[in-house]
Design a protein around this ligand. Structure first.
Ligand code: S3P
Length: 424
């Protein structure tokens, strides 16, 4: 699906942001580790989460849709061997977290994925799981991977990277391992796994950047999932850069391990207010009001990077409209996402007329530049590149064409419908 994006005059109104992708994956997967039924309210309908749902079904769980917003997962007391290889689609989170669950089972299983996922590095989970006694067959640590179920031992793992997928994978394996399993990260990555495991009464302990678990069965709980700040990010930046905009985004997760984008954009002089702050299923939630702002440049580096890793492409769009030089560094893992997001963002924003340079671990962006557009852009099989370019298109002088915009469906099938509501 190719689409055309035209300059927007203003964004105005209130919308509800769809459910968080990271939390939905966890709700689906953790339900399989209970002996009972979990009701999940407001789950993500993105293709990535549907990959996880299909996999847990193939592992023997039953899924009952109560209505459009609610489903009940019954794990039937334990997961069972799948009859065929499991398709993780485009989803790194599905692959890395389910591998942690499958490594300690008394059966073997295989995982595969699409072209983009088959290029992504899996050594980061295979190596620590092997230290726990897990066993795999693979070619150069890439999908397809065969997981040979084994008994696992706890480890004390010091991770070289701050990655919630790596941390969660090891902790999930640890729930089925003898002894204590600990993961220590250089910086704190998103902590949805820790919060949900606590909510489901796992034996888990968090001390700074170190998380430890012991063998536990989870208790079935009903979970309500808040809106995804990574989806909200596109609207937040759009409202900041389209003159006179004033929008409110309802029910957005503002967990501090995810809300780095709000801290950075506020530092850039963004007019962003958090309203009606509350807690849902152990996660902090707020409504977010955003108004058009004259942005100024900043430097983004170090500890904050894992708190906004998925938002960097759209932050780069904001930086093109900020006075001065914005520097983004320490983000080399962006090259290992659904696409090489450093090269992809630079290439596409350059086409639109931005002043942006790529560095090994980030960008140098000089602003403020008028974006011209009048060109065709690519999505690189990457939903976040698709939506970031769309946001940039809203301020281009002339229309842009985005090829293969259907990649948006990976995380945010409601995107076009919701942005249209704010523009009209
Ligand atoms: C995710 C963790 C992040 C993020 C991804 C979702 C998760 O990946 O980029 O979109 O749900 O745990 P890394 O942990 O590899 O940084």
């Amino acid at each position: 699906m190719d689409i055309t994006v035209e300059k927007a005059n203003i964004l105005k109104g209130t919308i509800e942001i769809p459910a968080d992708k990271s939390i939905t994956h966890r709700a689906f997967m953790f339900s399989t580790l209970t002996k009972g039924k979990c009701k999940i309210t407001n789950f993500s309908k993105g293709a990535d989460c549907l990959s996880t749902l299909s996999i847990i079904q193939q592992l023997g769980c039953s899924i009952d849709y109560v209505n459009e917003k609610e489903l009940i997962i019954d794990s039937m007391a334990a997961i069972t061997a799948p009859s065929k290889p499991l398709n993780c689609g485009n989803s790194g989170t599905t692959t890395r977290l389910i591998t942690g669950i499958l490594a300690g089972q008394n059966f073997s299983s295989s995982l595969y994925g699409d072209e983009s996922l088959s290029k992504r590095p899996m050594k980061r989970i295979i190596s620590p799981l092997e230290l726990m006694g897990a066993s795999f067959k693979h070619n150069d640590y890439k999908l397809p991977i065969e997981i040979i179920g084994n008994e696992l031992q706890g480890i004390n793992y010091v991770s070289p990277i701050a990655s919630a997928q790596v941390k969660s994978c090891i902790l999930l394996a640890g729930l089925n391992a003898e002894g204590i399993t600990s993961v220590t990260e250089p910086y704190k990555s998103r902590n949805h796994t820790e919060l949900m495991l606590k909510y489901m009464n796992a034996d888990i302990n968090v001390e700074g950047n170190k998380v430890s678990v012991q063998k536990s069965k989870l208790s079935p709980e009903d979970l309500e999932i808040c809106g995804d700040i990574s989806s909200a990010a596109f609207f937040i930046v759009a409202a900041l850069i389209v003159p006179d905009s004033d929008i409110t985004l309802k029910n957005v997760g503002v967990n501090e391990t995810r809300s780095g984008i709000i801290d950075v954009l506020k530092k850039m002089n963004g007019n962003i207010e958090l309203l009606n702050e509350r807690t849902i299923s152990n996660e902090k939630v707020a409504d977010i009001r955003v108004r058009y702002s004259k942005l100024k440049a900043t430097t983004i580096e170090g500890e904050i990077i894992p708190r906004l890793i998925d938002e960097i492409p759209v932050i780069a769009v904001a930086a093109t409209q900020a006075e001065g030089t914005t520097i983004i560094k320490d983000a080399s893992d962006l090259r290992n996402k659904e696409a090489d997001r450093i090269t992809a963002v630079k290439t596409e924003l350059l086409k639109l007329g931005a002043n942006i340079e790529e560095t090994p671990d980030g960008f140098i962006i000089n602003g403020k530049t008028e974006l011209i557009g009048d060109c065709e852009t690519e999505c690189y099989h990457d939903h976040r590149i698709a939506m970031s370019t769309y946001v940039a298109g809203l301020i281009c002088k002339k229309p842009i064409k985005i090829n293969q915009f259907q990649w948006v469906n990976i995380s945010f099938p409601e995107f076009i419908n919701l942005i249209s509501k704010l523009i009209s």
